[in-house]
Design a protein around this ligand. Structure first.
Ligand code: NAD
Length: 259
């Protein structure tokens, strides 16, 4: 595909958070941005994740690579300091991370502990607000921010449990951030991919069933892959999408419109 693609984001600076491996949605975003000319900053969760992420980041030509666990005080500030020092600005931010403790995720919402709910909300939602706060001052020419949501934010999806309310909060946060940051020329999008076989998805009970159902429902006959998600974000980051902000953009082959 790359031969036919124009470098529409040439020279744009993109921070992509959430690459765990080459199946990660964040990897699809980073690869799509690189294919259309953007410079990348890519993070890994911790030392254990680094050997899986660093080679991918190098292959994509990332010029900034660093550890980032959003629950470790100071790490988020450190990556934005590095971006400020090295690039002096930022154009694109991708938040593609989620976490809930296993027992709290798999035991149904009624059994989700207060601590588990708070942790899921902090890592999967509020960390986006923190990132947006640090990113906005660097988006001196405007910019685009993306957070990965899921259909379970708005409709009950069996076994999605606590992540449903968390993604609902994430989508609402995107709307409020879009409203606050719009005057600065910064647009904020919730992206809602259909089910994809990633490491995070493997924590959901009966995920294979969900995949099969969504594929069967999809009007286009197949589900989206991570590059579809990446190129959707790349498009939304271009001036062609300059009047789009605050909404939830489904990248799911149309499954969400089918009852
Ligand atoms: P993934 O496992 O590849 O990515 C999840 C990422 O979250 C990992 O890179 C992990 O390191 C990161 N993460 C977890 N805790 C973190 C922390 N404290 N600090 C920093 N990073 C942390 O799985 P994925 O499916 O690519 O997930 C990416 C996003 O897409 C998530 O928000 C997920 O809910 C969302 N999503 C996934 C699907 C799907 O079917 N896979 C569908 C819709 C939305």
């Amino acid at each position: 595909m790359s031969e036919t693609i124009r470098p529409v984001l040439s020279g744009q600076k993109a921070l992509v958070v959430g690459v765990a491996n080459d199946q990660s949605i964040a990897y699809g975003c980073a690869k799509a941005f690189a294919e259309v000319g953007a410079d990348l900053a890519i993070t890994w969760l911790n030392d254990k994740a680094r050997p899986h992420v660093e080679p991918l980041a190098k292959d994509l030509g990332a010029s900034i690579m660093a550890p980032l666990d959003v629950s470790v005080p100071g790490q988020l500030e450190a990556i934005f300091d590095q971006i400020h020092a090295q690039w002096g600005r930022l154009d694109i931010l991708v938040h593609s991370i989620a976490f809930a403790p296993k027992d709290d995720l798999q035991g149904g919402l009624l059994n989700c502990s207060a601590e588990g709910f708070a942790k899921a909300m902090d890592i999967s939602c509020h960390s986006f607000v923190r990132m947006a706060k640090l990113a906005a001052p660097l988006m001196t020419d405007g910019g685009s921010m993306f957070a990965m949501s899921y259909y379970g934010a708005n409709r009950v999806v069996a076994n999605y449990n606590v992540m449903g309310p968390v993604k609902a909060a994430l989508e609402a946060s995107c709307r409020y951030l879009a409203h606050e940051l719009g005057p600065k020329g910064i647009r904020v999008h919730a992206i809602s991919p259909g089910p994809l076989k990633t490491r995070a998805a493997s924590g959901l009970k009966d995920f294979e069933l969900l995949l099969a159902e969504a594929a069967e429902k999809a009007p286009v006959g197949e589900l989206a892959d991570i590059m579809d998600v990446g190129f959707t974000c790349a498009y939304l980051a271009t001036p062609f999408a300059r009047r789009i902000t605050g909404g939830t953009v489904y990248v799911d082959g149309g499954s969400n419109i089918v009852a």
